[in-house]
Write a protein that binds this ligand. Structure first.
Ligand SMILES: CCCCCCCCCC/C=C/CC(=O)SCCNC(=O)CCNC(=O)[C@H](O)C(C)(C)COP(=O)(O)OP(=O)(O)OC[C@H]1O[C@@H](n2cnc3c(N)ncnc32)[C@H](O)[C@@H]1OP(=O)(O)O
Length: 280
């Protein structure tokens, strides 16, 4: 059975954790075939808080260092939501030190994912705006569930913020310059058929087949000798990653200046208020 190939690793936010005796990320070694599953679980919307970002990096590092693992499927445990992107509350009304720590964690996760030696397959089982989309774009292959609600894209401009150059590079490397330029300026969120057409995802499948498809794709990628595939991945991606590595501190300073502006704080607060008022 396909499921037997998979091992489980759950990323949870501390606030939603059961008793403290349980470890934050669970890494079971039962798997024999070298494929792990990272399931994001930070209800209600899998927002990427500082804690989730940190935990994600730690989990990836464990998997990278454990030579029994060769591939990871990244998916969500929150029904209908892959990830709502960066946690907006981490970017509103906090101290400069907090913004700096948060942004370094965002950089770190992107670098770890983008340059991972593991095969990463995104099994996108929900809506995936901004940072959620970025996570999937760092993967080697994206399978999206065919549900008209499951939009995906970098919608930062609609929040009144700007996708940083390395978000932009990741998108350009996936869909090409013209599509990326239009998508970024307009903050487009693509429904599945459109996402497939522009190359933002590689496959759209019925919702109940996302996981099995990701497993089949994984088998295909794992059939390639690791050293050759890893070197090729590095050839393709390292120049992009190096641009950030060479100026990480400057990038943090840009972020601090940008996010601290009154106008940006106002935009983010208004956006959060709009989300909160949606219900009432
Ligand atoms: C040259 C200049 C260089 C400058 C460099 C500076 C760069 C700045 C870059 C900033 C980059 C940002 C990237 C991001 O990822 S920003 C986040 C973008 N995300 C979104 O736009 C998604 C927002 N959320 C939604 O659209 C919806 O929530 C949803 C995901 C479609 C789910 O809808 P649903 O109806 O199920 O749920 P609700 O909307 O009711 O939400 C439930 C509660 O969750 C809160 N929420 C939602 N999203 C976020 C979020 N991203 N962060 C924090 N909180 C979030 C929402 O407010 C509800 O809270 P409540 O229960 O308290 O009301």
């Amino acid at each position: 059975m396909a499921q037997d190939l998979v091992d489980g690793l759950l990323i949870k936010a501390r606030s939603h954790l059961p008793p403290p005796s349980e470890p934050l990320g669970k890494l079971s070694k039962r798997d024999r075939k070298g494929v792990a599953v990272i399931k994001l679980k930070n209800p209600p919307v899998n927002s990427l808080s500082l804690e989730v970002l940190t935990e994600f990096v730690i989990s990836l590092e464990k998997l990278e260092n454990d030579k029994t693992f060769r591939g990871v499927i990244v998916t969500s445990d929150c029904p209908g939501i892959f990830s709502a992107g960066l946690d907006l509350t981490e970017m509103c009304g906090k101290s400069q030190a907090h913004y700096a720590e948060f942004w370094r964690a965002v950089q770190e996760l992107w670098l770890r994912l983008y340059l991972s030696n593991l095969v990463l397959i995104a099994a996108i089982n929900g809506v995936s705006p901004a940072g959620g989309c970025l996570i999937s774009l760092t993967c080697d292959y994206r399978v999206l569930a065919d549900n008209p609600k499951y939009n995906i894209g970098l919608n930062e401009t609609l929040l009144g913020v700007v996708a940083p150059s390395w978000f932009k590079d990741t998108l350009v490397n996936t869909v090409g310059h013209r599509t990326a330029e239009r998508a970024l300026q307009l903050g487009l969120l693509f429904p599945p058929a459109e996402a497939l057409r522009v190359g933002m995802v590689d496959q759209v499948v019925p919702e109940d087949q996302v996981h099995s498809t990701a497993l089949s794709v994984m088998a295909q990628w794992l059939a390639v000798p690791d050293h050759a595939r890893q070197l090729t991945k590095s050839l393709m991606r390292k120049p992009t990653a190096d641009r950030l590595v060479k100026q990480r501190d400057a990038d943090i300073q840009y972020f601090l200046q940008f996010v601290s502006r009154d106008s940006i704080q106002k935009s983010l607060r208004m956006y959060l208020d709009k989300l909160r008022q949606k219900k009432g």
